[in-house]
Design a binder for this molecule. Structure first.
Ligand SMILES: NC(=O)c1ccc[n+]([C@@H]2O[C@H](COP(=O)([O-])OP(=O)(O)OC[C@H]3O[C@@H](n4cnc5c(N)ncnc54)[C@H](OP(=O)(O)O)[C@@H]3O)[C@@H](O)[C@H]2O)c1
Length: 206
């Protein structure tokens, strides 16, 4: 179900994923502010930017889209996220395409430890930015796996995913990120096998 509530979304990290999702959410009627380290930088021309703390302070939803190595710093810069939905779109990938958190822990759970008062939902990590820009494949929509411990926060994120054309698929509590994060590596690996980034995962049912 799409969300009828228009949300204030702070996107931390105005890079590939941040600007792609930011534009989609903005086009869907939500208010988007990018939280960046140097708001005066000319490279942000055309985007609504603010310092990370200011952007997060006025947001209902904070979307984390930094490299994994910067996630802790970025969350520290964001300050207290009490009660806010925090979407973790990062992938905890270190040098050599190795996951820094495996199947007994996850980046999302680490994010929740770094931001203990936030309502963390793992989402938007498992497909490339090209799919985020357009999740439609003829009559089908790309599936978007998401998980989190706070059901209302998951509802909000599922609504946002629906708003921009995904078919959200909830896979349980935040600890399921232990499986959702490695799945991103399957997508990344498949880009080489398929020689394209214009593909995604669909859901077959019967
Ligand atoms: N690319 C994809 O298709 C894709 C898909 C799914 C998930 N992901 C995941 O999404 C995350 C972002 O990927 P991306 O491709 O968007 O990366 P990117 O283009 O390099 O963008 C990263 C952004 O993070 C910002 N940043 C870096 N360090 C920061 C810090 N300490 N505090 C605040 N902001 C900081 C950068 O800002 P500056 O300009 O100031 O350096 C940049 O705008 C990664 O964790 C990646 O694994 C990527």
């Amino acid at each position: 179900m799409s969300t009828s509530t228009k949300l204030r979304i702070a996107v931390i990290g105005a890079g590939n994923v941040g600007t792609t999702l930011g534009k989609r959410f903005s086009d869907a009627g939500h208010t988007v502010v990018y939280g960046v380290r140097s708001a005066a930088d000319a490279k942000y021309e055309g985007l609504t930017v603010a310092g990370i703390r200011d952007a997060a302070a006025s947001a209902d939803v904070v979307l984390l889209t930094t490299p994994w190595a910067a996630a802790q710093d970025a969350l520290q810069a964001a300050g207290d996220l009490a009660g806010k939905v925090l979407i973790d779109a990062t992938n905890p990938i270190g040098p050599g395409m190795v996951l820094t958190h495996g199947t007994t822990d996850s980046g999302a759970e680490q994010v929740a430890r770094w931001a203990p008062s936030a309502r963390v939902v793992k989402a938007f990590n498992s497909v490339g930015r090209e799919v985020m820009a357009n999740p439609s494949f003829d009559a089908q929509r790309s599936v978007l796996w998401l998980c989190g411990d706070d059901q209302a926060a998951c509802d909000t994120v599922a609504g946002l995913a629906t708003d921009i054309g995904f078919e959200p698929l909830r896979v349980g509590p935040l600890a399921r990120a232990r499986f959702v994060e490695p799945a991103a590596l399957v997508w990344i690996t498949a880009t080489a096998a398929l020689a394209t980034r214009e593909f995604s995962w669909g859901l077959l049912r019967r």
